[in-house]
Structures are given as C-alpha cells and as structure tokens.
Design a protein around this ligand. Structure first.
Ligand code: CTP
Length: 490
C-alpha cells in the first residue's frame, strides 16, 4: 500500500467515525464507488486524483453545520483526557471521541506506545481536533502543556482500553511514560474501562490491582462478557460498548457538575431519602449457571444520579450490572431477588421509593450446590421454578413508615402497555407506574433511550422518546414536586 493510500485511509476512518457515515455510502458520495473503502482497507492503492476528490468531499461534510444531540446542551462545556492503552479495542475510541463531541464534550488524547500499534495518532488527532500526546520526554509538550497541567485541565480522566499492564502500572503508582505520569499527577476522577483476555482479567494479580484501584476511588466500568478477538476465546474481558462508556462518562461529568454547585445542598430533595432498585437479578441454577434478563440497569442508575443531583440522600440497590457506581450515591450490590428485598427493607424508611429493577419473577426451587453435569443418556435436567417475592408489591402494600409516601414502580411490557401498567398500579399499590414497551424492536432493554408513559391515579402522561438521563431528570423533578405536595397536604 502506498503512503498516499495509507494516509488517505486514516483520514477516511477518522471521518467515518466522526460522522457515522457507512463505508459504502462514503465511497458512493465521494467518488461514486461503494467499494473504495473496502479496497483501501485491503491495502490497494489510489490515484492522486481520487484522493483529491475524496478529501474535497470530506471537507464539505466537515464544514456543514454540526447537528447536536438533544442532551448536548444539558451539560456545560466539558473536557476529558482519554488515556488510550494498547489493544484491539483501541479502534472503538474513535467512535467514543465522535459521540462525546456530539454531546459537547471535548477529548484530549494521550496514547501509550502500545496503543499506537493499533490506531494511528493521526486518525485520533483528526477526530479530537487536537494533537495527540504520546511522549513524556517531548520537551515541546512539557513546555507548552506539562503533564500536571494536562491532567488538571480535564474534568475527568478516562482510561480505555485499559490493558492488564496499564492497570498494574496505575495500581503501583508508576510514572514512566506520559500516560501513567498524567494519571499519577491527577486530582480528578478517573474512569477505567478494562479490555484484555479473560484469563488475564481473572488472574489474581489483575484482580488485586483492580481492587487496589477501586480502594483508591477509581471508577471501573466493565469488562463486558463475550467473544474475544482471538479465535475461540470468550468470557469477561471485552471493552464495554461505546454507548455504555459514553453514559458512564456523561453521568460522572453530570454528577461532578452538580456536586460542584452549592445549590445541591438546597436542592428540592435535600434532607430526603430516595431509595431506588435497579438492574436485573441473577437467580442461581447451580454454582456456575443462573437465570437472568436483559436489563442493563441504566435507567435506575440515571434516576439515582438525578435524585442525588437534587440533593437527596440516595440508596441504590442494584442487581449485577456493568455500570459504575453513580458518585454521591450509596450503592448496595445484590444478586438475587431475595437479597434485593432484604437490602430494600434494610435501607427503609425512605421518602420516595422507585422500583426500576427487572426482578426475576421466578427462581429455581433448589439450586444445586455443585455444577449439574450432563448425563450419558443426554437427559436434560428438569428445573422446578418457584415465584420470587414481589418487592414493589410488598412495599406498596405496607403501612407507613415502612411504605414511602411516594412509591413509583415500572412496568416492562411487550403489548397493551398502558392497560397492563394500570393493573400493576392497583395490584401493587404504587402511586405511579412508569410504563415502557420493551419489545425487542424498541431497543429499550439495554439501550440508551426510553419512551415512557407515566400512569398516575388521575390519568396517563405520555412522554416523547428521550435519553434515559432525560427521563430520569424529568421523573425526579416531577417526584420532587409531588413529594412537596404530599407533605403540604393536611
Ligand atoms: N417487581 C418487583 N419484584 C418482583 C417483580 C417485579 O419489585 N418480583 C417490580 C419491578 O421493579 C417493577 C414492577 O414490579 O417496578 C413491575 O415489574 P414487571 O417486570 O413489569 O412486572 P411483573 O410484576 O414481573 O409482572 P409480569 O412479568 O407478569 O408483567
């Protein structure tokens, strides 16, 4: 492949990541050749004339006014410092930078030398609009920026993909390259998104290092479970998906912005206790298998963060999720429905109870103590299921002070959404039910957006399609108003 083609491909990859255009559409729109990008990716060359046409097209797109996502204006200007480690997942950072920019978040990037073997600083720089920093001993950078100033100028430091080596060096306070020196010099929150082979992730050394970092107050997200780049390898070790990383970053920045304002102490929920359940539950079948569902916990986590931003003391009882703890929120991690009920009862009383968890309705009557083995006859085991406690129902029907003055449940439905939600409101004695359609085609379960109907005693409010953070913001504002009225009532 010629240098012209290499450089052009790097610019095109950055353009694709920045704009979200597909490779085929890009080729057709720029030189009417839907295969251009795939040929370049295979290492073919390109004429200077074609390269000129392609660059002209990219300039036209770049100069068009940028479209902003609805939440772009929700946060004041923020800057993150992205420390990129080496790993096949490094290419996902291109998409991450683009998505953060859409939300008004600027990214300055430091790449380790390993990272530069997977993605070029050229493509990263083209996307972030800033020169990528790579070397601690680059005197110009030291004079112009300095690694201490570099880390202090950011609102949040994000390490992604965080390799086992980078995590180890962070945990032990190394500072022998720009990436680790910046991390050590920082007084800002740090979010780490690990990505490595599952065996490296489960190795006691890595787990020790992760525990060290958590104890130091570092936020962790992931790793996700799934197929690895290496053929035949699967397990925990994938970098979390970019939208999940964006949500975690936006959450951390939002809560930081809120906690930085003295208004929090006088927020509409200051002095109040808000209890939130969130995420799925895992019901064991045997020591290695469990029953679960597709809930990501994003909606409940966003609600907890918003309640904290309004000044409340917040307890979030969460089933297993990949999400970081929202800062300023007391998080109680549980696995099963019965553990969730116990944690809720322990956390009560509360002024508002919000039951967003996708609790498993059933559990296996007797979970096996040992791994269930296949039989020679190929006979599948029979699992007897029994019903789990209904947490919302038991709290909704309780008497004060166990029952919070405002009880909000959720209803996940795939059809007749409002009718079922209305039934749930009465049968579970909730004040409001937030109903949503979770049919697979809506992408709500596990996704970033939500379309909800708030079923109240005197009617139903249908909200437009919103980011889960915006649903949380509106819901908590309404809940704070309602609580104030309940407490004013004679
Ligand atoms: N819920 C709960 N405990 C359970 C089941 C559900 O607290 N064991 C709560 C959920 O957190 C949610 C509401 O009840 O706030 C409704 O949950 P949903 O899954 O929609 O309904 P189910 O009661 O499970 O009924 P079905 O599955 O038949 O729709």
């Amino acid at each position: 492949m010629t240098t012209t083609a290499q450089l052009l491909l790097a610019e095109i990859e950055a353009h694709l990541a920045r704009t979200g255009e597909t490779a085929t559409k890009f080729g057709l729109a720029s030189v009417r050749d839907g295969h251009l990008v795939s040929r370049l990716r295979k290492g073919e060359s390109v004429t200077l004339k074609t390269a000129d046409k392609v660059r002209a097209y990219m300039r036209t797109v770049a100069e068009a006014p940028a479209s902003k996502t609805p939440e772009a204006s929700a946060l004041p200007f923020r800057r993150i410092l992205l420390v990129m480690g080496g790993g096949i997942a490094a290419y996902k950072c291109l998409d991450l930078i683009r998505r953060l920019r859409e939300r008004g978040i600027a990214t300055r990037v430091v790449m380790t030398s390993a990272a530069q073997r997977f993605v070029t600083p050229l493509s990263v720089g083209a996307l972030s609009n800033e020169r990528v920093l790579t070397d601690l001993f680059d005197l110009n950078d030291e004079q112009e920026i300095g690694h201490i100033r570099l880390s202090r100028e950011a609102d949040l430091l994000v390490v992604a993909p965080a390799t086992a080596d980078l995590i180890a060096r962070m945990a032990h306070g190394h500072a022998n390259d720009l990436a680790t020196a910046v991390l050590l010099a920082s007084d800002k929150p740090i979010l780490v998104a690990p990505a490595m082979n599952p065996r490296m992730w489960h190795h006691p050394a890595t787990q020790r290092n992760v525990a060290h970092l958590k104890a130091d107050g570092v936020h962790m997200i992931g790793p996700a479970v799934g197929e690895m780049a290496e053929r035949g390898e699967a397990g925990a070790g994938r970098l979390v998906e970019v939208p999940d990383l964006v949500t975690a970053i936006v959450d951390l920045l939002a809560v930081r912005a809120e906690t930085a304002t003295p208004a929090k102490a006088n927020g509409p929920l200051s002095g109040r206790h808000v209890l939130v359940t969130s995420g799925p539950t895992h019901e064991p079948i045997d020591p290695v298998r469990y029953i679960a569902n597709r809930s990501s916990g994003k909606q409940g986590s966003a609600i907890a963060a918003e309640a904290a931003a309004l000044g409340a003391r917040v307890t979030l009882v969460s089933g297993p999720t990949n999400l970081p703890d929202p800062p300023g929120v007391q998080v109680v991690r549980v696995e099963t429905a019965r553990e969730m009920l116990a944690a809720v009862e322990q956390a009560l009383p509360a002024d508002i109870g919000i039951f967003a968890a996708a609790v498993a309705d059933w559990r296996v009557a007797t979970a096996a103590d040992q791994k269930i083995k296949k039989t020679a006859k190929g006979q599948a085991p029979r699992l007897e299921l029994i019903e789990n406690p209904d947490i919302l129902k038991s709290i909704g029907h309780a008497a004060a002070p166990k029952r919070p003055p405002l009880v909000i449940g959720f209803a996940a439905e795939t059809h007749d959404v409002i009718a079922y939600a209305q039934k749930k409101r009465t049968s579970k004695a909730a004040d409001w039910i937030v109903a949503n359609d979770v049919s697979p085609e809506t992408g709500i379960m596990g996704g970033d957006r939500n379309t909800v109907h708030i079923v109240m005693p005197d009617g139903v409010e249908s909200w437009p399609d919103l980011d889960k953070q915006d649903v949380a913001r509106r819901l908590m504002a309404r809940a704070a108003d309602a609580l104030a009225q309940i407490q004013l009532a004679p």
